[in-house]
Design a protein around this ligand. Structure first.
Ligand SMILES: [Zn+2]
Length: 318
C-alpha cells in the first residue's frame, strides 16, 4: 500500500473505490493470472484478506468468495478487503483434486512459498508476499475435495505466539461453524500467516464437487459475522454460537494401492481403534484395516473407491 491506496500488483484502489481485475505475475517464466477484488472502504478499519480455491475444485469456497467480491460495496465499509476467489487457477481450470497441475504439489503444503522453487512454490511466494501479508485478519476458505465427504469445520493454527493464536481462536468462534479444530501442520496458508503475526482461520464447507446454497452460506454468513465483529460493517455483534473445540486433528493415510471401502459417514462419532474402513485388493483380500487414531468426530472421509498409496483416507477431530 502507498499513499493510502490499496494495491496488489498492477491493481490500485483509492479511498472509497472498488475494482475487479486480473493480476499477472511470472510463475516458471509464464504469466500466472489471478482474478481479485480490491474493496477500499471509505472509512478507516482493518484489512481483511479472503481467499478461496487454494484447492481448485472446492467450489463452495469459490462461490462464496465470488458472492462476497460481487456484493460488498466500499460505501460505509470501515477498512479494506482483498478477495481472491481462486488462488489455484491451474487447478480450477483442470478440475484437479488436491494439487496444482504446474508441479503436482498440494499448494496448501508449500506456503509461504519459494521464489526459486517449483510452480506452486513460486505462486505461493507471490501470493503470500503481495496478498496475504497485507492482512490484519485472514480467512482461507476450503471444503471437501471432489472425492471427500465432509462436515463443516474451521481450523485455526497454533503458532506458539499466544496473542496471535488467541485472536485466531476468537475469529474462529465468531465465524460460527460449530466444530473448531486446532492444527500444527506446516505449509498451510494459515500456518504461514499465523507465523507472520496475522490471525488466520481456514474454513471448510461443501464437498464432492457439490456446492449447495447452504454450504456457500456457511462461508458467506461467517464472513458477515466476522466483519460485524471487526466493526467493518454496521450492525450488532453476532450472537455467540455454541462450539466444540477439537484439540487434535488425526489424519490416516493409505499404505496401499487398491480399493477403498469406507464404513462410516462424515460427522460420525467414533471410538479410538474403531474400524472406519478398509482397503482391499481386486479379489477382496483386506490389505489395510483403517482404525480411528482417536475418539472424536469424523471430519472428512474419502469416498473414492480407487485409492493410491499415501492418499488421505479420513481425518478425526478429537
Ligand atoms: Zn482444501
Amino acid at each position: 500500500m502507498s499513499d493510502g491506496r490499496l494495491e496488489v500488483g498492477s491493481l490500485s484502489a483509492g479511498l472509497g473505490e472498488k475494482l475487479f481485475g486480473v493480476v499477472e505475475f511470472p510463475v516458471l517464466g509464464e504469466p500466472y493470472k489471478l482474478p481479485m477484488w480490491l474493496i477500499h472502504g471509505d472509512k478507516d478499519g482493518p484489512t481483511l484478506v479472503v481467499t478461496g480455491g487454494v484447492h481448485g475444485s472446492e467450489y463452495a469456497s469459490v462461490a462464496a468468495a465470488l458472492e462476497l467480491g460481487r456484493s460488498l460495496e466500499p460505501k460505509g465499509l470501515r477498512g479494506r478487503l482483498i478477495v481472491v476467489p481462486v488462488v489455484n487457477m491451474p487447478g480450477f481450470d483442470a478440475r484437479s483434486i488436491y494439487v496444482c497441475p504446474l508441479d503436482g504439489k498440494n499448494p496448501n503444503r508449500v506456503f509461504p512459498g519459494d521464489a526459486g522453487g517449483s510452480g506452486s512454490e513460486q505462486m505461493a511466494d507471490w501470493v503470500f508476499r503481495n496478498v496475504i501479508s497485507q492482512a490484519d485478519f485472514y480467512v482461507d476458505m476450503h471444503g471437501g475435495d471432489m472425492i471427500e465427504e465432509l462436515v463443516p469445520f474451521t481450523i485455526f493454527f497454533r503458532s506458539g505466539d499466544e496473542q496471535v493464536d488467541a485472536r485466531s481462536l476468537e475469529i474462529a468462534k465468531v465465524f460460527g461453524i460449530n466444530l473448531l479444530v486446532a492444527s500444527v501442520s506446516q505449509g498451510s496458508t494459515i500456518s504461514a500467516a499465523s507465523k507472520a503475526g496475522i490471525p488466520a482461520i481456514l474454513t471448510e464447507s461443501g464437498a464432492q464437487g457439490i456446492w449447495t446454497a447452504e454450504q456457500v452460506a456457511d462461508h458467506t454468513n461467517g464472513l458477515r459475522r466476522l466483519m460485524l465483529h471487526l466493526k467493518m460493517i454496521d450492525g450488532a455483534e453476532p450472537e455467540p454460537i455454541p462450539y466444540t473445540l477439537l484439540k487434535r486433528f488425526h489424519w490416516l493415510r493409505s499404505e496401499h494401492e487398491g480399493l477403498w471401502y469406507p464404513q462410516v459417514a462424515a460427522g460420525a462419532t467414533v471410538q479410538a481403534g474403531q474400524e472406519l474402513g478398509c482397503i482391499k485388493d481386486w479379489e477382496g483380500n483386506v490389505l489395510q484395516t483403517a482404525l480411528s487414531p482417536g475418539a472424536g468426530t469424523v471430519l472428512f472421509i474419502v469416498s473414492s473407491l480407487a485409492i493410491h498409496r499415501d492418499d488421505p483416507l479420513f481425518a478425526v477431530g478429537a
